[in-house]
Ligand binder design. Structure first.
Ligand code: HEC
Ligand code: HEC
Length: 464
């Protein structure tokens, strides 16, 4: 046999062998792809958890109506005197100005048409009550008696951590007020403080905080849109040393899977820790909550005096909901920015800078953009004060995950929104770390920040 034929035969044989081998490999992967019955149980469970979690996140009040309706009587201010409440009532126009959102999928088509045609009186509080009856106000549930009278009112997670898209616009109604729900997107328009300040009975809040009602109102009105102060009822600190409000931005509740510690100051704990704290201590639902760190009267005088680290209710309306709520939260991906919302070429250059000259990946680790592990830092490490950090158990700030920054550009960045734009953030780092970035490099970094989560990340995490 000539050398040529020997070689030819050898290569045919090896090709056949390789083909055979890869066929076997294919079979093996087919075999692992065949799910056994416990695998199917897992898949069924995950679907059930997401469905239950969505329901809880959107609609569960955890029994908190006993506080918002029962104690504060907030529903009476919404209904107004004409409908059995007090005062002028809350018109749809004012509700929209306070950042409340309407779920278009809860409205009958005839009402949507009337709204679009400008035939609905946006100054009539009766319309707000009708919307509550339809369960169409995102994050707010009205409770009605047999005669259809608004009797009480409860709040949900979705109030602060959902908004709606801008699918419905109508005369007098700006885009983003009526639309389809976007769970996990922080409500940057919501003025929680002003809404709570409408309550006819703020005396119990003043009592807990050891102050008077005018002071409570002053504090609530100091928060502004897109902010809330989750630590106020633990430490009673309403203002920073510079006199500005101590409230923090409402963060997104998406893109949190793989991130260890949560909230701006992190040290509170995991997503499920925070869910339990919020449902019990902030929303005033009825559950069980344990955290002896809150017995530290020096750091948390209000919490310690009110034993907030030792909450027990019977029945417990919260604990059984934590698993699905946790699961749902972790399942919400950070949304991809719309095409054209950033400069792709500049973002590519910004990507290089982010992990290179700008040293951002020292802390913001791809693709979760926080540190795997104990993701906390002292204020001095990022050249800021420790006021907010000192309101949390570990006196630190958490490295913020950066996916989906483009969804919350309205109220500034960092925990209190102190940097109005992403360029301000980059300028801050430039001087903090002496990076020596040129103005072009700074805008490249900004375009990169606007582009997150990037295409590849979205693909590997299955986000479409
Ligand atoms: C009144 C508005 C409001 C409501 C209602 C609310 N939150 Fe929040 N949420 C906030 C604010 C503000 C923070 C930041 C707190 C901080 O850092 O001090 C936060 C933080 C979080 C975080 C941490 C996000 C991150 O970046 O790590 C999660 C998760 C969360 N909330 C989930 C929930 C769930 C679940 C509910 C319902 C049980 C809920 N929230 C109800 C305002 C709210
Ligand atoms: C030493 C660790 C560290 C480094 C390095 C770092 N960051 Fe941060 N980053 C943080 C911490 C901590 C916060 C939260 C600060 C706060 O909330 O007050 C943060 C917050 C941010 C935010 C605000 C997110 C939001 O939702 O408000 C942006 C944007 C950001 N960083 C971008 C960058 C960029 C760009 C770089 C590189 C130039 C960088 N970071 C370098 C730790 C770091």
């Amino acid at each position: 046999m000539s050398k040529f034929w020997k070689l030819a035969i050898a290569s045919v044989v090896s090709a056949v062998l390789i083909a055979g081998y890869s066929l076997r490999a294919e079979k093996r992967s087919e075999k692992t792809a065949t799910l056994n019955s416990f695998d199917r149980t897992i898949i069924h469970n995950s679907k059930q958890m997401v469905d239950d979690g969505r329901q809880i996140f959107r609609f569960d009040t955890f029994g908190d109506e006993s506080f918002w309706g029962g104690t504060l009587q907030l529903h009476k201010a919404i209904a107004g005197a004409r409908l059995g409440g007090v005062g002028p009532g809350l018109s749809p126009a004012t509700a929209a100005a306070l950042g409340l959102k309407i779920d278009v999928d809860a409205l009958p088509p005839s009402l949507v048409s009337a709204v679009k045609a400008g035939q609905v009186n946006l100054n009539d509080p009766a319309i707000t009550v009708a919307l509550l009856k339809l369960n169409a106000v995102v994050g707010v549930t009205g409770l009605f008696d047999g005669d259809g009278k608004l009797q009480s009112l409860g709040l949900q997670c979705a109030l602060c951590h959902s908004r709606v898209d801008n699918s419905v616009t109508a005369p007098g109604i700006p885009a983003g007020v009526i639309g389809h729900r976007l769970d996990g997107w922080s409500n940057q328009d919501l003025n929680v403080g002003q809404i709570v300040a409408l309550s006819p009975n703020l005396q119990p809040v003043a009592d807990v905080l050891g102050t008077d009602v005018p002071t409570v109102k002053k504090v609530l009105n100091s928060w502004g849109p897109g902010k809330f102060d989750a630590e106020l009822f633990l430490d009673g600190k309403a203002f920073r040393p510079d006199g500005k409000s101590a409230a923090t931005l409402i963060p997104p509740a998406f893109g949190l899977a793989g991130v260890n510690l949560h909230t701006w100051t992190g040290a509170w704990g995991t997503v499920t820790y925070w869910n339990a704290l919020v449902a019990n201590l902030e929303m005033h639902g009825k559950g069980t909550f344990f955290d002896p760190r809150l017995d530290n009267a020096k750091q948390f005088p209000i919490a310690a005096a009110n034993h907030l680290g030792h909450v027990k209710n019977d029945p417990d309306l919260i604990t059984s909901k934590l698993p699905a709520l946790h699961f749902y939260q972790l399942a919400i991906p950070a949304p991809k920015p719309p095409k054209g919302s950033f400069n792709e070429e500049a973002a590519k250059r910004g990507d290089e800078l982010f992990s290179g000259k700008a040293q951002c990946t020292t802390c913001h680790t791809e693709p979760i953009w926080s540190e795997p592990g104990w993701n906390l830092h002292k204020g001095s490490e990022v050249c800021i004060d420790n006021f907010e950090a000192n309101r949390a158990p570990d006196h630190r700030y958490r490295t913020t995950p950066l996916n989906g920054l483009w969804t919350h550009m309205k109220r500034g960045f960092y925990h209190d929104g102190r940097f109005p734009t992403l360029l301000d953030v980059v300028n801050h780092y430039d001087s903090c770390f002496n990076l020596g970035l040129s103005s072009g490099e700074k805008t490249d970094l900004v375009e990169y920040l606007k582009s997150l989560p990037s295409e590849e990340e979205s693909d590997t995490s299955g986000i479409q």
